[in-house]
Design a binder for this molecule. Sequence first.
Ligand SMILES: Nc1ncnc2c1ncn2[C@@H]1O[C@H](COP(=O)(O)OS(=O)(=O)O)[C@@H](OP(=O)(O)O)[C@H]1O
Length: 503
Amino acid sequence: MTASGADGETFKFSMTNYRVLNILILVSLLGLMFDIALRYSATQKSLRVIISQDLSGNVDNQMFPVEKKVPFQIRNKLKRIEILKSASENVESETPVHNKSQRLDRLKNVSLDRRFSEETKIPPLDSNKNKSVSGDVENSNSSSEKKVLVQNPKKLKRIEILKNDSVNEWGAAPERILKAPPRQQRKGFLSWRKRKRRVHATSRSRGQSSANDDDDAQSPSSQEKEGKDNRDREMKPRPPKCLIVGFSKCGTEALKGFLTLHPDIVAPFREVDFFTNYYYKGLDWYRKQMPPSMASQITIEKTPEYILTREVLHRIRDYNSDMRLIVMIRDPIVRLQSLYLHDLVHKPEYSADTTFKQWCGGGGRTAHVASVVDYASHIRDAFDIFSRRQVLVQSEEELENSPIKVLRTVESFLGLRRAFSKDNIFYSGDKGFYCFNVTTSTFSKASKSTQMNKSTGCFTDSKGRPHQKIAPGLLKELVEFTRPYNERLFQLLGRTYTWKNFS
Ligand SMILES: Nc1ncnc2c1ncn2[C@@H]1O[C@H](COP(=O)(O)OS(=O)(=O)O)[C@@H](OP(=O)(O)O)[C@H]1O
């Protein structure tokens, strides 16, 4: 292989160069192939390593040109990694950090929730809303949770859902995540259900019951209703809402007794005299004197002396400013006759020998007579202390002759349903007054509320006694003395009464 002369040496040199050149080319080719193989292998094998590092923000775009060099099947994963990467870069941009460990520390202190909201433009949530959105996201501050999040493609998918969904009516949680919450979100889901129940309860308490409410949601309201019904039906003494305040001997007992024929009215058997004689015993004592009743019923008490003093009327108003008052009046001279008989029996200062004239004070123009025939001044007091619409004035004559008419007037006055029936009472020729029909179902209740003969159904003998005749001279005096009082009364009431002694 050697050549002589200059040409021979030149040929040797060329051959040597050619071999060296071939070797160099071969080496270069081998190196190139090795480099390609190495890069491809590194891309495949180190993907997991790279992913687990990505949260630190250390993915090197120069070394790792994602779109061109990574195979198609892992490109989607890398896109998601990009979301996380850019999030971490976003956090870093606030304050620059210069090494990997610093960036990891910073990242641990920032919740994923914040990064998501900043990166994906989900509006900031308040604390409750955070719970309902992503209980797992809140817990993801630990590094182990971050690793799970990234290594689990399902988690990454949920992250993308959060990114794309808008905030719902609850302020955060996308509807489809709440409807099928993953186990990690169960806590938030339960909070959402609790909140839904709370909203139902609130609307119920505002009386906004909805036709869509389920049975569970309706039950408390029906329980409340049942409780109220039970309280309403409970029989117990209740304070009176209406008082028959006057005047004595004007048919007050007959009115009270007949009123108890109404199913919605109850009344104590006796006059209680609370606001006059027993005020010191207190309101609780007073209430306990009342018969048991339901809340829907009205208790009526009658004490004819209540109207006689302003002080007592004030006590009544202080007790219940909405109290209804009923005042019975009567021909004043007949009232004198009735009181005379009453006092002969009940007042020790009089005896059976006391004459009507003596009882009047010796004539027809006395203070005693005036105190009996003057209705107007007391009724005016009642009108002053209460409003007029709270005071009903009726006459004994109307009650005696047309009891049903008077009872229906009271029914309206108290706002009660129409329940009085003519069948419940009858006119007794023997008694000369209306009496209770003992055969009706309402009789039993009435008989417990008033003084009556239970076999005849009429009021006791102390009611409806025959009156003595008044001497003509005394009667004339009484009529002349009383007439001005009547005029004042008629003026006050705006109506007249055709009483027999004055016609
Ligand atoms: N239906 C019926 N039955 C019986 N008595 C009736 C009736 N309607 C009205 N009156 C008249 O009521 C008078 C008694 O009135 P008082 O009940 O207010 O008297 S008391 O103040 O309670 O003592 C009483 O007065 P006297 O007749 O003087 O007894 C009766 O005339």
